[in-house]
Design a protein around this ligand. Structure first.
Ligand SMILES: Cc1cc2nc3c(=O)[nH]c(=O)nc-3n(C[C@H](O)[C@H](O)[C@H](O)COP(=O)(O)OP(=O)(O)OC[C@H]3O[C@@H](n4cnc5c(N)ncnc54)[C@H](O)[C@@H]3O)c2cc1C
Length: 386
């Protein structure tokens, strides 16, 4: 994997910023209002190769790492955009890359790199399992040369705009395994091929996230689409989750810097009582404090990204980066709402849209409570609480 110099990283950032300028806030406001998928934006990102940077060059990608991928997503969100529409196309393929066999890599990665295939649906969460992933009840039963899948997923984002889904299902029931993390398997599900057995229902949400409920009824997955070994899916998912958390932290940092940029501009320009509102410490301090928190979160994100790229276990750092970034950004979001006063509520200024979008990262892809609990138990050695 190539490691970018500072100059190269700056070039990546400025190139992404240039692309984002073609998609101004009016574009994002409109897609948000219509709950539309930002197809043109995703097409432009794909054509310029930004969504395939994590795919090695031999499979058609740029062969870059988490540091660069994080910078790309951060810039998208800092511009006022919403990278969530396409971020999963970047990292979901990591399961194939790290745990798939050579035939699977050859079959999927070049097409994902070119955008011919979209693998941006990730089916883990279920209505009755929630944060307790090992309690999922979707089953995959081997019959001959295929697995037959039955069950239900929820919050499966982008399912309507993806060809493939990375699916976690139980191949051995929980009461028959030594450890509850055993018996889960990971598959590439061809949703187009199985469309007659899949029902996708969009969920109306407070943000435009193209998220859905997915019902799977006698869905067939050929054995050659099982990733790695049967029953070991949970550990494959964990390595992917670290990548996801570093990238979500990056998007969150982008949101945070969006709020800081906007707040600083507005606080310098808005005159009340014959002076810029930013001259009041009551307005200035929350912006400065949020900025410091975001800068600190960036350091943790950078550490996690560098560890990931070096092949080190970055579970603690990736989780902490996601926590610190989302909390810092939530402070920035509130500082922006306060700075804008009544205008923060007017859709025209986009602050309320970004406010809604930024809130997500406290909850997904893992809630901050669960991160805190992970740190307590796995980093500090405190007793297991659940
Ligand atoms: C817009 C959106 C997009 C999403 N996209 C995807 C996707 O593409 N694929 C996918 O698989 N999932 C996706 N998710 C699901 C997301 O990962 C889950 O919502 C999240 O993991 C939390 O699960 P839950 O909603 O079931 O909450 P629950 O597990 O029901 O938790 C509810 C609350 O209780 C708290 N809680 C529960 N147990 C404990 C405990 N032991 N200690 C302390 N607090 C606890 C949680 O922190 C949370 O605050 C998405 C969610 C949203 C909102």
């Amino acid at each position: 994997m190539a490691v970018s110099t500072k100059v190269e990283l700056d070039l990546i950032r400025s190139s992404v910023r240039a692309l984002c300028e073609r998609f101004p806030e009016t574009y994002w406001k409109e897609t948000d209002e219509k709950h539309a998928y930002p197809e043109e934006f995703i097409k432009a990102l794909t054509e310029e190769g930004w969504l395939s940077v994590l795919i090695p060059e031999e499979y058609g990608g740029a062969g870059l790492g988490m540091v660069e991928a994080g910078a790309i997503l951060e810039e998208i969100n800092r511009s006022g955009g919403n990278a969530g529409a396409g971020h999963a196309q970047m990292y979901t393929m990591g399961a194939v890359l790290r745990h798939g066999n050579e035939e699977q890599k050859q079959r999927f990665l070049p097409k994902i790199a070119s955008g011919e295939l979209r693998l941006q649906a990730f089916g883990i969460t279920e209505p009755t399992a929630g944060s307790d992933t090992t309690s999922i009840t979707t089953t995959a039963e081997l019959r001959g040369d295929r697995y037959i899948v039955n069950g239900q997923k929820i919050w499966t984002s982008r399912a309507e705009y993806s060809d493939l889904m990375l699916l976690l299902a139980r191949t051995t029931s929980k009461d028959k395994v030594a450890k509850k993390t055993d018996g889960l398997s990971l598959f590439i599900l061809d949703m187009k091929d199985q469309k007659d057995n899949i029902t996708i229902r969009p969920i109306d949400t407070m943000i435009n996230h193209a998220t859905t409920e997915v019902f799977l009824e006698n869905v067939e997955i050929p054995v050659e689409n099982l990733i790695g070994e049967e029953g070991k899916g949970f550990r494959y998912v964990l390595s992917g989750m670290n990548a996801e958390r570093v990238l979500i932290a990056s998007e969150s940092i982008g949101d945070g810097m969006y709020f800081i940029d906007k707040s600083v501009n507005y606080a310098n320009e808005r005159i009340v009582f014959n002076r810029p509102i930013g001259q009041n410490q009551g307005v200035q301090f929350p912006i400065s404090k949020a900025y410091m928190d975001i800068e600190a979160a960036k350091l943790m994100r950078d550490k996690a990204a560098e560890m990931f790229d070096a092949g080190e276990n970055c579970g603690a750092e990736a989780n902490m980066a996601k926590y610190l970034a989302s909390e810092a950004t939530w402070k920035a979001a509130n500082a922006a709402m306060d700075t804008y006063g009544g205008y923060g509520f007017a859709t025209e200024y986009n602050i309320e849209r970004k406010f809604r979008e930024a809130r997500l990262f406290i909850v997904a892809p893992i809630t901050n409570n669960l991160v805190v609990s992970f740190v307590g138990q796995h980093v500090l050695g405190l007793p297991r609480s659940f």
